[in-house]
Design a protein around this ligand. Structure first.
Ligand SMILES: [Zn+2]
Length: 248
């Protein structure tokens, strides 16, 4: 089950993905269930960043009507491996700081995945790593690591409290994609602290209050890949099946 507040955020993100579609050459459809796991894992692994590998489901192509709806004016149909297929599952592969998270143990394919990845025991198609209390904007190390990715790279930025050893770090230039909704302004008691209170989007099982979620996808060439959040049937959150478009 995906939390209702997260469904709401993914719906809003999908609207942005539609309105910004001309800025992208390709898209990737991500199940809400998988995305929720990524957020929870990111918070469970603090203060580390985590590196997550993802495969697509070869039995589940993107729905054609949905694909067309999110297409921009220019499309690259063969930009990356696994293109046109919905993400199937995600696995945590590594954790560490912003540098070491990209460096996998030498024998990781042998020991960690041989049993359940069978003869394929190969690399994952897509990769995602987290930026705890920092925006989802790639660093130089991130761009380097992406050069070996057959699919796409994603960065999940999470802003949360309590911060622990990781105060919000915002001094980064780049394009941002937030998952945001209008948070209802609750009448506040007059207090010095209230002025500094961040809106709480939701709470994680770890107890963290989540204030902001950002997600970007990019190909190693540097072009952005548009992410669309979908349900188990491959329909985007916020989709109206009657009219085959997002509800306004
Ligand atoms: Zn990074």
């Amino acid at each position: 089950m995906v939390e209702a507040w997260l469904v709401e955020l993914m719906t809003a993100y999908n609207r942005d993905s539609r309105s910004q579609r001309d800025g992208y050459l390709a898209q990737l459809h991500m199940p809400g269930e998988v995305f929720q796991s990524l957020v929870w894992w990111g918070l469970q692994s603090l203060p580390d960043e985590i590196l997550v590998g993802m495969d697509v489901n070869p039995e589940q192509p993107h729905r054609q009507d949905v694909e067309a709806y999110f297409e921009g004016d220019e499309v690259h149909e063969r930009l990356f491996q696994g293109q046109g297929y919905v993400v199937k599952e995600a696995r945590i592969v590594n954790r560490g700081d912003s540098y070491s998270v990209h460096h996998l143990p030498e024998d990781w394919t042998d020991d960690m995945f041989s049993a359940d990845r069978g003869s394929r025991a190969g690399r994952f198609t897509h990769w995602l790593h987290t930026h705890p209390n920092a925006p989802a904007i790639p660093s130089g190390a991130d761009a380097d690591a992406a050069q070996e990715t057959p699919g796409i790279d994603m960065i999940l930025g999470l802003r949360f409290t309590p911060e622990g050893p990781l105060p919000w770090f915002d001094d980064v230039e780049g394009t941002r994609r937030k998952l945001s909704v209008e948070v209802e302004a609750k009448p506040r008691k007059r207090s010095f602290f209230a002025r500094h209170a961040l809106p709480i989007l939701g709470r994680a099982p770890t107890g963290h209050a989540i204030h902001e979620i950002q997600l970007i996808g990019f190909h190693k060439s540097g072009v952005g890949v548009n992410i669309v959040f979908v349900d188990e049937e491959g329909y985007p959150f916020g989709w109206d099946r009657q009219t085959a478009q997002l509800v306004a």
